[in-house]
Every structure is written in C-alpha cells, then in structure tokens.
Design a binder for this molecule. Structure first.
Ligand SMILES: Nc1ncnc2c1ncn2[C@@H]1O[C@H](COP(=O)(O)OP(=O)(O)OP(=O)(O)O)[C@@H](O)[C@H]1O
Length: 250
C-alpha cells in the first residue's frame, strides 16, 4: 500500500473581503513528491503556504496536511525561509541556529538541549555538508552556506515534509548545483514543496509543477512548456536547461 499523501487540497478557496485570492484549488502532494510551486508576484503563493500550515483559515474547501488538520500536524513540517530574508547579524553560530530546530514551539527560556538534540543537530549539519562550519558565525557564511544552514535547522526537527521558499535565489551557480544535489538526496527520504522561479530546478528536479495564479494548474514537470510559462507570467519566458548533457555545441 502506498503511503498517505503529504498534502491534499480540496476545493480550497481563500478570499480577503471582495478579493478572491485563491479559487477552488485541487491538488495532491504525494508522499515521495517533489513539487515546485510557481506563479507571478501576488499570485497567492504565500497565502497558499499559510493555508497549508494552518496559519490562515480557508473561506472554502480545506487542506489535509500529513493526514490531519494543519494546526495539529504542522509541527512535523520543516520550513526553510529564503536565506536573504534571514538577519545574519543575529549573534549566533551555525550550530546554535540549527539547534533552534529542536526547540519546542513557544517561549521556553529555560529550555536546555538534551544529548538527543545535539545528536540531531550534528546529523543535520553532516547531511547538509556543513559540519565543519558548526562554530562559524552566521555573518561569515556565503549565501549557499547560509541556505544549507537553514535547511539543516529544518532537518534537525526531523520533519516529515519540507517547505522551501526560493532556496536557490541569489546563490552562485556552484552553490546552486550543490543545492540541487542536496534537494535530490533529501527527496529520497521526504516529500518537498519548493516555491521557486528557478527554471533549471523545475526542469531537472520537479516531479510536478503547481502553476498558481489565483487558480491552480498541476503539470507533470517535463510538460512545462514555454507557452505554459508565458501564460502564467503574462510574458514570454525562456526556459534554459543548464544540464551539462544538454549543453549546446558550437
Ligand atoms: N495581509 C494582507 N492583507 C491584505 N492583502 C494581502 C495580505 N497578504 C497578501 N495580500 C494580497 O493577497 C494576494 C496574494 O498575495 P501573496 O503574498 O499570497 O502572493 P505571492 O504569490 O506570495 O506574491 P509574491 O511572489 O510577491 O511574494 C495579493 O493580491 C496580496 O496583495
């Protein structure tokens, strides 16, 4: 028997007053899925993530997250914010930040890590290839290293699903390659939902693409054509395949 889906959207709608932000969304994110969520600015991507996490209440339909109501199951979701939105002046080292992924939700000033917490941090750092950076201050990390540290923080909480917001944005090509590899490895163990405009990520790794612009269209990734993207973004978009085995020959 196949595992239960990670996310089920059923006739999901969300309105703010007169504005219909999301209109009758239906989709399933399978237990082994790698879904990239694309859409122009204002399409409702953040609103959808908030609904999936139970931080907003649908005005129609519903969301099932990891087999239950989002408010009850969201603790099992690892959320990875954009590295550029994280304040690196925060006076903490990489190990300390990853340890935050073990802290119980809410305000617990007396919380002290147990041996199992430190073991989970060490495992997450190793999995993300940054064990050697454990004592490095956040301010001294490259963009790619910072993104890995944020992924490690999410992994430390032993999530059953990862949500990532633009993981490859503002990262140099070598760092992006390393992230593609890491995301592929993580997908062997858990489903991923990635908000991204990175066409290389879409063409190489997504099993499915959720194209959102108030309504949701689900595409098998390889069928995502320039026409689909143009209709989504409202202007022509050139899909560039960066795979070396597709390199152009002069
Ligand atoms: N707190 C809010 N109050 C009122 N309207 C909001 C609020 N948050 C978002 N909106 C509106 O809801 C719509 C969807 O916004 P949302 O942030 O979900 O889009 P997005 O796809 O994440 O955009 P972006 O790519 O620019 O981050 C937009 O029209 C936005 O202006």
């Amino acid at each position: 028997m196949s595992a239960a889906p990670a996310i089920v959207l059923e006739h999901l709608s969300f309105a703010r007053g007169e504005q219909m932000v999301l209109d009758d969304l239906n989709a399933v994110l399978a237990a082994d899925d790698f879904v990239v969520l694309v859409g122009p600015n204002g399409a409702g991507k953040s609103t959808l993530l908030h609904l999936i996490l139970g931080l907003l209440t649908p005005t129609g339909g519903g969301v099932t997250l990891l087999g239950g109501a989002p408010a009850a199951t969201r603790a099992a979701v690892g959320y990875v914010p954009q590295h550029g939105r994280f304040d690196r002046r925060f006076p903490i080292d990489v190990g300390g930040m990853v340890l935050q992924g073990r802290q119980p939700p809410g305000w617990h000033p007396g919380w002290r890590p147990a041996a199992a917490d430190q073991a989970a941090v060490d495992e997450a750092l190793t999995r993300c290839g940054i064990a050697a950076l454990s004592r490095r201050r956040l301010g001294a990390l490259s963009g790619g290293e910072m993104q890995r540290a944020l992924i490690a923080r999410a992994l430390a909480g032993k999530p059953r699903l990862l949500l990532l917001d633009e993981p490859t944005a503002s990262i140099d090509p070598a760092g992006q390659e390393a992230l593609y590899t890491l995301l592929g490895e993580l997908n062997l163990q858990m489903p991923l939902l990635v908000v991204s405009h990175d066409l290389s990520l879409i063409s190489r790794q997504a099993r499915r693409v959720w194209c959102l612009n108030r309504r949701l269209h689900v595409h098998p990734a390889l069928e995502l054509t320039a026409e689909t993207l143009a209709s989504l973004y409202g202007f022509p978009v050139r899909a560039v395949d960066h795979r070396s085995d597709h390199a152009e020959t002069a």
